[in-house]
Design a protein around this ligand. Structure first.
Ligand code: PLP
Length: 266
């Protein structure tokens, strides 16, 4: 846990603590590990088959874990074969890479994959299933400090679903959508919580801090990120963390959050 002292937050009555899940391991950061660990148990030694794009850190983490724990992994990759660091690392860690067209990817038709690969444990894109939610639900118990609000970025909403399900009464969680039109995440988070048998009403999703959409950026976001690095010596990732942090500062300025806030770097 890392405390960030910032005048702008202090003026708004916010004490900010960073939960540094990102520091767990370069190939397998804490957030990815939390989403995979119970899937690993559910797989029971069968191969894990999962989905992702050529830049997906979830693909990279799954391949690494398979290599480390000695189980086969299959990555169904959207689009054509491309020389990205993710795919190179996945291949190096023994993942079988199966490239499918964008249309096939969207259809997520598992039957032909069963014909081709036999029995496997399926993990949805981003680790977004009940096992992923359960792993993320273990996070709040690891936080020693009292806090009022938990903030994280939301891509699939799995982290938000899990953490919110395990907060104490009076605490709440906010997810900052990194996708444009992120309102659909409200249904997804509710569904993910239900699938894990852990519905809760202590969370909300901010949809206005997407900066144009997934992996998009603007000069304002870049300036915020650079300024945050200079002030606090913390490099936020552009796709997720910078958008969450920008939104967090904005909500603090509007006095929509106060008290002790834990923000997740994953
Ligand atoms: C830093 C960070 N925060 C949050 C998330 C949350 O993602 P999701 O909503 O898919 O659980 C991710 C996912 O990769 C991430 O990298």
């Amino acid at each position: 846990m890392q405390e960030i002292a910032d005048d702008r937050l202090a003026a708004a009555g916010v004490r900010l603590l960073l939960q540094r899940d990102d520091l767990r391991h370069p190939e397998l950061p804490g957030g990815k590990w939390r989403k995979l660990k119970h899937n690993l148990d559910a797989a029971g030694g069968r191969p894990i088959l999962t989905f992702g794009g050529a830049w997906s850190n979830h693909i990279r983490a799954t391949a690494f874990l398979g290599h480390e724990r000695g189980f086969p992994t299959i990555g169904v990759i959207r689009g054509e074969e491309r020389p990205t660091p993710v795919l190179a690392s996945a291949a190096q860690h023994g993942m079988t890479l199966r490239y499918v067209t964008r249309g096939e990817y969207r259809a997520k038709d598992v039957a032909p994959l069963r014909d081709e690969f036999g029995d496997f444990h399926l993990v949805p894109e981003g680790g977004a299933n009940a096992y992923g939610v359960r792993g993320c639900a273990e996070l709040p118990a690891e936080i020693d400090e009292d806090f009022d609000v938990f903030c994280c970025a939301a891509g699939t909403g799995t982290m938000l679903a899990g953490v919110a399900s395990a907060l104490r009464p009076g605490q709440r969680a906010i997810g900052f959508s990194v996708l444009k039109g992120g309102a659909f995440l409200r249904d997804d988070v509710a569904r993910l919580q239900e699938s894990a048998g852990a519905p809760s009403r202590n969370w909300s999703i901010e949809t206005e801090f997407h900066f144009g959409g997934y992996a998009r950026r603007t000069p304002a976001l870049d300036a915020f990120l650079d300024d945050f690095r200079v002030r606090h010596d913390v490099v936020l990732d552009r796709v997720y963390e910078a958008k969450m942090m920008y939104g967090l500062f904005e909500l603090a300025a509007r006095r929509e959050i106060t008290g002790t806030v834990v923000a997740l770097l994953a």
